[in-house]
Design a protein around this ligand. Sequence first.
Ligand code: FAD
Length: 392
Amino acid sequence: MKGEYDVIVVGAGPGGSLAAKTAAENKLDVLLIEKRQEIGDPVRCAEGVGKLGLMEFVDPDPMWISAEVNSARIFSPDGTMIELSEKMAGNEVGYVLERKIFDRALAKMAARAGAEVQVKTQATGLIIEDGQVCGITGKQRGENFTAKAKVVVAADGVESRIGRWAGINTTLKLKDIETCAQFLMTDIDIAPTSCDFYLNSKYAPGGYVWVFPKGNREANVGMGMLASQYSGKHPIQYLKDFIEWRFPEGKILETVVGAVPVSGMLPKLSTGGLVLVGDAGHVSDPITGGGIINAMSSGRIAGDVIARCILDDDVSAKSLSSYDAEVRIELGKSLDKNYKIKEVITKVSDNTINVAAHSLKGVNFENVTVPRLVKEIVTRNPTLLKELVGLI
Ligand code: FAD
């Protein structure tokens, strides 16, 4: 490892690898570090992505796709099913990835573009001079090191500490954290081409249970609940209760716990010499918690903006704030809108979900927006207007 780079990217998830790849393609001298010894492992993700979203960044490789899905089925608490086509649920369904391979493939793309990649290498602090971030302190296999950089990219995920080290307020309210538990299960009866979502406060208060197929009788079965709804029962226990009801014969191959920010993006994504991408910048979707594509999107924007700023020899807070502006243009509108929707739907009762699901039977969902869907429900059930009015 050298003592100086143009860019140091901390974290080799989808956000960090895209930032490193893009910066390297812009002929910058890039270091990508990852604290774990294997990129992509362990997986803390249900691995679902939309096809079009993914194809905006990479050509899908069958090596890292474990299932192709063409519909999403939503089950209300009383078991009423609504089926959405891929076109309607396109952001959430399409592929179920194999992230152990996918994340590594993205890091490989960064390396092939010219980035240096170092695993088992952890950032432990920032070097800040005259209020400007200009490098990191770190640990590699027990040895301390320092490395300077014109810009540091914080792509260190939901538990990011780098923004805070630089004085950016990254605190999440409990109501804006989705805490999750997931089992990789085998030997279960699933719909192999559908991503299934269960809305039921018994199994996922303020959230949902997902069953994302991974091929032959195998699936990621997980649940996410708002941390604000925690009442002493652990997410793993909620999930076990769901499994006992739905897949009592299934076998568990892997257990995962994790969290996703569902706050909408941070008001400030950069400062002098530093930008935050992906979950570190809270750009994951507030309704679904999906964050892979948005992490890649913010990573790519970061790589391009940093290259321009370095070319102009200006990596000040003002100059790098064009990163915030570009991410806001790309993602801000949908994150803001989905945050508002989340604030309403996480409070909707099981009974209302049942009533709404019954009234949606037979509706053609092609090209239906959420407000139009809600209008349809309210027209058929005027008593629900008060509870759902925030969605229109
Ligand atoms: P990460 O993928 O979290 O990568 C951050 C990396 O930084 C990690 O590899 C970490 O080891 C490394 N790191 C952290 N600190 C340091 C440090 N100090 N030094 C060096 N390295 C460091 N999203 C979807 O789109 N679809 C889904 O189906 C989906 N399901 C999910 C299910 C669960 C249970 C959870 C928890 C999340 C899910 N998400 C899903 C969200 C998705 O996983 C994240 O939004 C996405 O991984 C964010 O990418 P990232 O690059 O920002 O961060």
